[in-house]
Design a protein around this ligand. Structure first.
Ligand code: SAM
Length: 280
C-alpha cells in the first residue's frame, strides 16, 4: 500500500517513519510512504500557502491552489472517477468521520491513500469539495495541524497490512480486534483456538472479539511488592485463557462499557459481566 502525505512540515514525519514497525515495513517494501512539501506547489517568491479568510475572522486558511496542484501531481484519478475501494484522498479535519480501528481496517484494503494535512484555521472548503473523498478526524479535540492525525492514520492502517506485523494474526487479537463473526466472514477460523488446540499453550493471542485487550505481564515475577497473577505461572492453559477473557471483559466494562454493545459475548461472558454489575 502506498501513502502520500501532503504537508507544510515534511520533516515532521521523519521520526514516525524511521522507527519500529513502520520503518521495517517500509524497508521491506510492504508499505510506501511519500511525503510532499506543500510549498513546492506554490509559485510566488514567499512560497505562500495560506491567506486571510473571506468574511473576516481570526487566523489564516490554507489556499486551494497549492493543495490542488499537489494532489494532481500524484497521478490519482479525479474525484468522481476514483475506485473508492482502491484509492482515496482524505482531508484530516476535526469535523471528519471518526477514525477508528474499523476505519483503519477499511483503509488497509486500499492500494493508495493520499492524506492532506491542514494547518491554521483549516483548509479552503473547495479543496474538500473538489479533491477529497472524505474528511477523517482522529477524535473530538482540535490539534494544531493534520500531521499528527495523518501519522496516526498511517501507523494504525499500515500495521494491519499483510506481513507488517510479525505474527500475521496478532492485530486481530488486540484491543478492538475483529469479532468471531467478522473473522469467520474473512475466511479465518482459528479465533480463540490457539494452534495447539484447546489444550495447547495460550499464545499471546486470544481473540478480543471487540473487547479491550487483557493485561500483560513479563519478568520479573515480583516487582516492587507486586506479584504476577498466580494463574499465569501455574501452567493451566485453560485457566489462563479463562482469566484473560475475564480480565478483558472487566477492563472493557470499567473503561469502555460502550464496546460491550458490539462485542460477541458468550453466555459465560454475560454471566461474568453481570457479576460485575453490567445490566445487559
Ligand atoms: N478551525 C478548525 C475547526 O474548528 O475544526 C480547526 C483547525 S486545526 C487548528 C488545523 C488543522 O489541524 C485542521 O485543518 C486539520 O487538518 C487538523 N486537525 C485538527 N484537529 C483534528 C482532528 N481531531 N482530527 C484530524 N485532524 C485534525
Amino acid at each position: 500500500m502506498r501513502f502520500d502525505l501532503i504537508t507544510i512540515f515534511p520533516e515532521f514525519f521523519a521520526s514516525i517513519l524511521g522507527h519500529g514497525v513502520l520503518r521495517r515495513a517500509i524497508a521491506q517494501g510492504l508499505v510506501g510512504v511519500e511525503v510532499h512539501d506543500l510549498r513546492n506547489f506554490t509559485h510566488d517568491r514567499h512560497r505562500t500557502v495560506d491567506d486571510r479568510p473571506f468574511g473576516g475572522g481570526e487566523g489564516m486558511v490554507l489556499k486551494p491552489e497549492p493543495l490542488t496542484e499537489a494532489v494532481e501531481s500524484l497521478g490519482v484519478n479525479e474525484k468522481g472517477e476514483r475506485d473508492a475501494g482502491r484509492e482515496r484522498v482524505v482531508l484530516l479535519s476535526a469535523q471528519g468521520r471518526r477514525f477508528t480501528q474499523g476505519v483503519a481496517r477499511e483503509l488497509a484494503g486500499l492500494e493508495r491513500l493520499v492524506l492532506l494535512c491542514g494547518r491554521y484555521e483549516g483548509v479552503d472548503e473547495r479543496v474538500h469539495s473538489l479533491l477529497c473523498d472524505e474528511e477523517l478526524s482522529i477524535g473530538d479535540y482540535v490539534l494544531s495541524g493534520g500531521e499528527l492525525a495523518a501519522a496516526i492514520v498511517v501507523d494504525a492502517t499500515a500495521r494491519l497490512l499483510p506481513g507488517v506485523l510479525g505474527n500475521e494474526a496478532s492485530s486481530e487479537y488486540e484491543s478492538f480486534g475483529l469479532t468471531p463473526t467478522l473473522i469467520a466472514r474473512s475466511g479465518r477460523s482459528e479465533w480463540g483456538t490457539p494452534s495447539g488446540g484447546e489444550d495447547g499453550p495460550p499464545l499471546a493471542v486470544v481473540g478480543s472479539g471487540g473487547l479491550l485487550d487483557y493485561p500483560h505481564y513479563t519478568r520479573p515475577a515480583e516487582f516492587r511488592g507486586m506479584a504476577v497473577p498466580e494463574v499465569l505461572t501455574g501452567g493451566d492453559h485453560a485457566a489462563i485463557r479463562r482469566w484473560r477473557r475475564e480480565k478483558a471483559l472487566e477492563k472493557t466494562w470499567r473503561n469502555r462499557p460502550d464496546l460491550l454493545e458490539g462485542a460477541e459475548l458468550s453466555e459465560a461472558d454475560r454471566e461474568y459481566l453481570r457479576g460485575l454489575g453490567w445490566g445487559g
